[in-house]
Structure formats: C-alpha cells, structure tokens
Design a protein around this ligand. Sequence first.
Ligand code: ADP
Ligand code: MG
Ligand code: MG
Length: 891
Amino acid sequence: MTKWIYTFGGGKAEGNAGMKNLLGGKGANLAEMSGLGLDVPPGFTITTEVCNYASSHDGVYPDGLSEEFGRAMGRVEAIIGAKFGDPENPLLVSVRSGARASMPGMMDTVLNLGLNDKTVEGLARASGDKRFAYDSYRRFIQMYGDVVLGVDHHLFEDLLEDHKQGKGYSLDTDLDGDAMQGLVGAYKALVEEELGRSFPEDPEEQLWGAIGAVFSSWNNRRAVTYRMLHGIPGDWGTAVNVQAMVFGNMGEDCATGVCFTRNPSTGKNAFYGEYLTNAQGEDVVAGIRTPHPLSKAEKAANRSDLDSLEETMPGLYAELLGVRDALERHYLDMQDMEFTIQQGRLWLLQTRTGKRTAKAALKMAVDMCVEGLIGKSEALMRVDPASLDQLLHPTLDPKAPRMILAKGLPASPGAASGRAVFSSADAEAWAESGEKVVLVRAETSPEDIGGMHVAEGILTTRGGMTSHAAVVARGMGTPCVSGAGSITVDVDAKTMRAFDKTVREGDVITLDGSTGEVMQGEVPMIRPELSGDFGALMVWADETRTLSVRANAETPADAETARKFGAEGIGLCRTEHMFFDPERIIHMREMIVAENEAQRRAALDKLLPYQRQDFEELFTIMEGNPVTIRLLDPPLHEFLPHDEAGLEKVAEAAGADLKGVRQRAAALHETNPMLGHRGCRLGITYPEIYEMQARAIFQAACAVSQKGLRVEPEIMIPLIADKREFDVLKAVVDATACRVAEETGVSVDYALGTMIELPRAALRAGEIAESAEFFSFGTNDLTQTTYGLSRDDAGDFIQIYHDKGVFETNPFATFDVLGVGELVRIAVERGRATRPGMKLGICGEHGGDPASIHFFREVGLDYVSCSPYRVPIARLAAAQAALGGESETND
Ligand code: ADP
Ligand code: MG
Ligand code: MG
C-alpha cells in the first residue's frame, strides 16, 4: 500500500533529506532536521504522489489519505497539547508548499490556519494576549484571502495602512489588541465584498482549501511557465507540509529570522543573517520594519545601530550558533535557514543549501576543503566553471549609479569604459595617444582587428552572440555588447544615437558585456582578484585533470595572459591576425595585388622580419611549451580595403596601377568565402606564402634555442581535405626547414600536422595521419561544414530554431556531440589506428566550454585550447570531467 503522508517533529521523522522527490525539498529537510534532534515544530508532509494522483483524477484524493491524515494530525495535536479547531485551546498550523526544486511562482505559505471568531478568543485566553491572537488572525485572513481565495493582497495592505493612519501609528507593532480586532472585522468585510460570500469559519474547510490550492497551484500558469523555462518536468508534482505554528509575534521575547551558515555573497566563514523581534514569517524579508543584524560583528561591519540578536538574546544566539555548526557539519555545505523564537525557545523552520555568488562558491569550496569538511574532489565539483568568468573580468560596481542608453546581447563578459570611437583607425589613433576607447561599429569585419585589439570594449548594433565581433572579442577577452539594435551609428558624423541621447566621438561610454547594458559616462568598476582561493582551486584542478589546457593566442600580450592563467602552450596561433598591424598590412596588400611570383616574393620578404619577431616573442614567452602555429587561413580579399579610397592607397603604396588593383580586388571576390579560396588552398596556389611563414618560424626557433631556451614549434596546415594537399605543403615546409638549418647551422625539432575542420578530413583521417604528425580539431569550421551552416549568417534564425526547440543549444557555443562529435570520434580512431598515440587537440571556441570539454576528454584528446581568459575555466572543467561529473548549477 502506498504511504501518502510522512510525519516529522517531536525528535523523530519518517522521512529524510534523501527523499526530496517524494517529500519536496522543504519536507525532506524538515524531516532530516527532526531526525537530527533539532527543535522543529511537529507536522507532516503530504507527498508529491498525492499531487500527481489528484491532478490525474480531477482533484480527487487517493483512498486512504484521509485516515493517514487523521492519524498524522492526531500526532501533532498530542505533541503540542492542543486540538485543531478546539475553541478553548486551538492548534494552529501552517500549510507550506514545497517541490523538489525551489520554485518561485508556486503558491505561497498560509500561516495561523485554524483561526475563526471562536478559536481566536480561545487563543487569546490561552496565551493571555489578545493582541497576539488578533494579530495572528488578521495575518491569516490576509494570507488565506490572497493565496487561496484570490483577493488581491494590496487591498488588505491598504486597509492596514488606513487603520494605522487613523490611529497615528507607523508600525504594525503599535496596533493594540482592539485595533487588531477592528482590522480583522474590516478584512472579513473586504473578503465578503470581493467574493460575495463570507470568509470560511470552519477550520477543516480552511485546511483542505489550502491543501487543494497548493496542489492545483502546481498547474497554474506562472508555475507552468517557470517549469518550462527551467526544464522542470510537470510530473514532479509538489508536496504540502502541514506544520504546527510556533509564534514569533507573542511579544518582545519572540523573534523570527533567516540566516546563512556563511556569508552568501563573500563566502566568508561568518554567521550571517537578520531577524526581527515580535514578528512572524516573512516580515523580515517583506521590509515592513528594518531587520536587525544577528551578530555583533555584522552589526559593526554594517555600521548598524540596531540591536543584534547576540546582544538582545545572547543565550538563544549561542544556541543558534550551535545549530549552525551542527547543520553545516551535517550537510557539509552552506545552509540557508529560517528560525523562530517563541518566548525564549528556538525553533527551526527550514534549511536548504544556500544560493551563493560565484565568488562565495569559490571561497566556500576552498575553505571547506581546508577545514576538512569536504575533500578536494568535492571542492572542485562545488564551483561552476562557467561562473569563474565573472571573477576574471572587471565588473561594474553594483552600487554605482548608471544611466542606461541601450541593451544589446551579452556577447563577451566583463565591463569596459572608454571614449566612443567609430572606426578601427580612430580607435588606433586615440589609443596611440594614450586614451582608452570603446569601438562602436554597426558590425565588425577582420579589417577591424587592429581597432578591436586596442579597444577596452566593443559595441555593435548588428549581429548576434556568434557574430565576428562577439567571437573575436571573446577570444581576446575583451568585453563586448553586440546587436544593440536601438542604437544607430553615423560613421561619417562619428556619432551614435540611443533614444534621445547623442554620443559623439570622444564621449565616454561604459559597456557591461555580462548583461548587455550600454551606459553613458564612466561607471566605477571592481577589479578581479586572482586571490589565494582561486590559485588553490586551480592547483587541485591541475592535480586532477588528465587533459592539457592550451590557449589560442597570437600577440605577446595574449600569450602572457595565457601563461598567467596557466596555459600549457599555445594550441592555435592564427598568423593572419599578425598582418593587420598598419605597417604590415601595406606589405600584405602589396603581396596580394602583385602580378607575379617575383613581386609576391619581394613583398613577402618585407613581411618576413615581422613574422620572425612575432614568433621569437611567442617562443620566448611560452618557454619550452608547445606553440602551434597555423599557416595563413583566410581568403586574401579579407585583407583588402572595401572602398575606392582604400584601393587607391593600396595602388599608391604598391606602386601599381589603380585599374589593375581594382581588377584584382574584383577577381578575389567570392560568393561563398567560407568555402572558397582559403586555408591550404592558398598554400597550394601560392607556396611562397607558406614558405615565408615556415622560414620565419624556423629562423625564430633557431634564434630562441640559441639563447638556450627550449622551443617546440608545431606547424599546422588549415582546411585540409585530402592527404595529397598535405603532402604538397609538407614538401614546402620540410624543404624550408632544411634550408634554414643549413643557413644557420642549427636544426630544431618541429612537428607538422593539420587541422581537421572538414568532414572529408575526418573521414580520411587514417590516410592523412600517414603524413600528418598531429591533428587539431577546428570545431568552429567543422561545425559549420558539418551542418552546412554559416556561423556569420545564422544569427538571424538561430534564435527561432531555439524557440521552436529545433536546437536545444547553439552548436557554435556548445559542441554537437552527436553529429560533429561522431566525425571527431571517427577521426580520432582512424588517425590513431595509423599513427598510434598521435597527439590530438581541439582549438575551436568549444575548447573553453565546460559542457563540451567532457566530450573531448571522453573521446581521448590530449588537450583543449581556448582563449586565454577561458584557460582557468577549462582547467576546472577538465578536472570535473576527470572526476566524471559536472557541477550542479546552483539555482
Ligand atoms: P517559502 O517557501 O516562501 O520560504 P515557507 O513555507 O518557508 O515559504 O514559509 C514562509 C514563512 O513562514 C517563513 O518565514 C517560515 O519560516 C514561516 N513559517 C512557515 N511555517 C511556520 C510555522 N509552522 N510556524 C512559524 N512560522 C512558519
Ligand atoms: Mg521558506
Ligand atoms: Mg578554420
């Protein structure tokens, strides 16, 4: 036979904390606390199965419920020594909803249930306190009227205000017994007027009314919407807790409060909470009176002059401290508790694992491990890797006022302030003169790289979370707001308009890349501290993980950041980013518009020293760690200006005739550049480009190794589809290596491998591995080519795909394990079958995505590579993957 009701209280419980599915979170923890011997007012939990039964049987309850109910109620009455509905000595109860997961939007709690015109008199006599009895009664009518009968709570609050004003009082506590009684009369009249029937006087009717309301609230619109948004299944159901009332509103020796075993915003191991004397239920959070701090320390920290519980009730405070320790040691995590003090006796009403900020989660995990409460593995699982992002970027001071101009997409986290500039060239010019700038563009293109590099923040009015601006900004760790559609940019006038405000070039604006907000002026920021806790957690992560973590970096600054964050090498150095510097792009363009190989080589010779210098710096910074350099990848037209004036400049600089340059630019135009003349296809057509790059790499490697530093270059050829492409280019690179070794007399070891970013390459991996020494999965392109979906053009409809449930997650953000993953799996198997133990990594955006990292470990990759700012995230996620789990996000 199914058991429908579980009792708790009186030092015992039929349930426990492991029974959340059946008893809901609140009921399970009330049972657990009772079982621990803590003072919990006696009561019982009607299970979630009753909720499910009733909702599938037109609201009819299962057989046997009422007998169990009668027995459970009898038990509560016996423990309390009062009887539900008894006019002389009435038992009052609360009816509290409680699902498996906490769900705001469900029905609230009803307190003081069981009062009517007769029992209230009995309560007044039994307690010798009329004010208390009528205060409880008016609270009950308001709560029941609001949550069960559907009378707007504002109407009750207005009546209360009228009563206070009529008597010249400011606080609820000023109202005496007679005044409360008057208020009760007014409340009942209100209910009758609103509903056309009187307030239910029969306690049984009240009780079943409240229980029924809790159960049916499971299917109200708010709850259904909430469940949909949070992925909570409808068949979980809610439980109902019926519990004897304890009273914090019986006078000045009574109180009610909420507390956290540690500070939920800083994580500090200090008892934290608030209370009010002579108050009940939600008074503390409702802001009716200013709540008081619990401890003297907190009072001092807040410069409060309100008496702390430690001062007013030192004995009870000490008892509460004992409960704090007991619960934390029992649950081994920070608890969020509710308590009530009735005439000198402490009662516990709720405990649950407390919500916390990212900062607090980190600190608590490390502290609890150091304190010996939890082990290192558990500490690692306690922190959500994605949340570390918040700790790595400067954030806006939450207390600072802000004037919001617009809201776009939170494309790259962190906050930035700077002078608004409207072109990449202006960004570089202002930055040159030492100003901080925010680059504002309709959208960005590879031409904007220079400006993006120097900008503190990037704002675009078009494009989504995976637009060029968003992807590049995340890669650089630069805050970015994209797609702020309510802003219009006038590039010629160098202004932008947001609503009625105009921002001119040089005006300061602030972006919050974590919320998408764009603000006028400078908003003060808080700098992240890579504090001791962060470092400690990272050390544990490194001890635990099996995947290596590298960074995608091309500038010395990025490489330094990557090292600082613990990268074990560079997994992707995109050489094209190195050509956008103003003094280099000229030579690049000369090379592109050259009419023959000789001219091309002349231009490449001018680029060579720059490239060599870049690589020398990277090798030096990465000291003996592998540096994977990808040879030129994007189509050449990305390096040419798009306007006539720009082309004129190119012609002038290259000493070429304008018509020829124009023709060359037109010839380079492609219908579908993503699938066009790029990657190794450039190397096959113009081997001298790859030759120059290889030469720069080998010369740099020689120079650095001659200084006594170990170098480990890994040269990577992009967009290979066929082994023969690879072999043609391998010949170029190997020959160059020989020549440099002859010239310098130094030979350095290097590895030559390829990106796997086309489905064909994944399928033919076995063959390609005969020549290629390593693979790096370029999951951005591999996702694009597997789906046949251009990331840059998907922005407009991917949201609709999402809304219609076609895509659960964006495959460009979270790796598609099923489809793209199968190609990766095939390539891993076939590659390693040819070349056992071959080194495999991943260098797409997904390398820094915690959910994706689990797959990369499982499939057997050696490393992931991600943007420098995501390195710590990847280190933690890799540790969690090694531990075989993912941290629960704290909701
Ligand atoms: P929520 O889920 O919104 O927190 P609760 O069921 O916890 O709702 O109750 C709301 C408030 O009423 C809390 O402050 C709680 O401590 C208080 N409360 C609930 N039941 C009782 C009771 N039996 N005696 C005294 N206070 C109670
Ligand atoms: Mg609560
Ligand atoms: Mg690619």
